[in-house]
Design a protein around this ligand. Structure first.
Ligand SMILES: Cc1ncc(COP(=O)(O)O)c(CNc2conc2O)c1O
Length: 371
């Protein structure tokens, strides 16, 4: 496949994904389902392969962000329920029906437009919908019990829909302070209290909610970051059970040279050798998602930390080696090497971001190898 002509690659441990899902399925309350969140190409891990591993771990459905991501799963042969978490333009309702996709309803207007559209295309197939409640995320969804009641009544007044779900999303489930989480939970309870009947799925949990607020309402969890083996809180809250990181990032040295003191490295000559130094060149750069702010971060060669020296280029970067090292020696940028480990969290810390963003930034130019 394209991309296999460079030693740089992401290696995805599908067994880890399966185990992370399996561990959560085992501890979920009886009758709860796990939908694997595989949006953004499976947080950079590969959506289809992640979905297949998640099924082996006990996932019974999937969440994606875009219609296109849902179609990709269907065309790969995934037959389980797929919920599109964002708003899909009503002009694409025919595709939602064709691919048997569940879609989020976040406003009354959208639903009214959908009814017009469904009248227009004269379909016999009902559209599966999940009603989104915004209890405090401030993103999409209904905000009052009255509004939810009204939209439910409209849904139930036609034959166009299968009301499959009602859900909300927490913005602080991964924090120690539970005040805002509690406020959102109460708002969701207020919504439930005005509804006479409930749909098949009532779901509120992202990974953090599932891990640290397991007794919350709902019969389905939307499991994302923890499935990839990453702590939703970063370091703020302890893991409830061991999460096994699934992603490693490797490359190899393509050139090794000894420079005398006073030699410049990289664009802008921002690094100058201070003594005789062994410098290695690695074929990965910011076009791969290995971003420039990682200058000064260390990677592993033969278990030794080697600092990235000089500015990271588009396709290459340079590291300082402890000694003469053979061209072709493996470089571990994320993962284990000779008992040492570099984690996605460490990369996120250096980039002053979260590991979700690090994982999603790895570009398509890097092949994903599955084991
Ligand atoms: C509605 C919804 N449900 C579940 C998840 C899964 O969350 P988890 O990966 O923490 O388990 C997300 C992730 N959404 C995002 C994660 O980072 N930015 C986001 O918008 C989401 O937006």
């Amino acid at each position: 496949a394209v991309g296999w002509h460079r030693p740089t690659k992401l290696v995805i441990d599908t067994q880890a994904i399966k185990e992370n899902v399996c561990n959560e399925v085992k501890r979920m309350p009886e009758g709860t389902e796990l939908f694997a969140v595989v949006k953004a190409n499976g947080y950079g891990h590969g959506a289809v392969q992640t979905a297949q591993a998640a099924i082996k771990g006990g996932a019974t459905g999937f969440c994606v962000a875009l219609l296109d991501e849902a179609v990709e799963l269907r065309e790969a042969g995934i037959t389980e329920p797929i919920l599109i978490l964002s708003v899909v333009d009503v002009s694409y309702i025919d595709l939602l029906l064709k691919y048997d996709l569940s879609v989020t309803v976040a406003t009354q207007e959208w639903l009214e437009q959908a009814i017009d559209q469904l009248n227009h295309i004269e379909t016999q197939t009902p559209l599966k919908i999940h009603i989104k409640v915004d209890t405090g995320m401030g993103r999409i969804g209904f905000t009052t019990p009255e509004a939810v009641k009204q939209v439910v009544e409209l849904v139930q007044s036609t034959q166009f829909f299968i009301w499959e779900g009602l859900f909300t999303h927490f913005s602080t489930a991964d924090e120690k302070n539970g005040c805002y989480f509690e406020k959102q939970t109460q708002r969701f309870q207020a919504i439930l209290s005005v509804l006479i009947e409930l749909p098949k799925y009532v779901h509120v949990s992202n990974s953090a909610t599932a891990l640290w607020h397991p007794d919350n309402v709902g019969n389905m969890i939307r499991f994302g970051i923890a499935m990839y083996g990453l702590n939703p809180s970063g370091r703020a809250l302890p893991e409830v059970y061991p999460l096994k990181p699934a992603l490693s990032l490797f490359s190899s040295l393509i050139q090794v040279k000894q420079l005398s003191a006073g030699e410049g490295i990289g664009y802008g000559n921002t690094y100058t050798t201070t003594e005789k130094e062994w410098i290695g060149t690695v074929p990965i750069g910011y076009a791969d998602g290995w971003l420039r702010h990682l200058q000064g971060f260390s990677v592993l060669v033969n278990g030794k930390k080697c600092e990235i020296v000089g500015r990271i280029c588009m396709d290459q970067c340079m590291i300082r080696l402890p000694k003469k090292t053979a061209v072709g020696t493996q470089v571990t940028l994320i993962g284990h090497d000779h008992g040492e480990q570099i984690t996605m969290q460490m990369v996120a810390d250096k980039l002053e971001t979260i590991h979700y963003e690090v994982a999603c930034t790895f570009s398509e130019r890097m092949p994903r190898e599955y084991k």
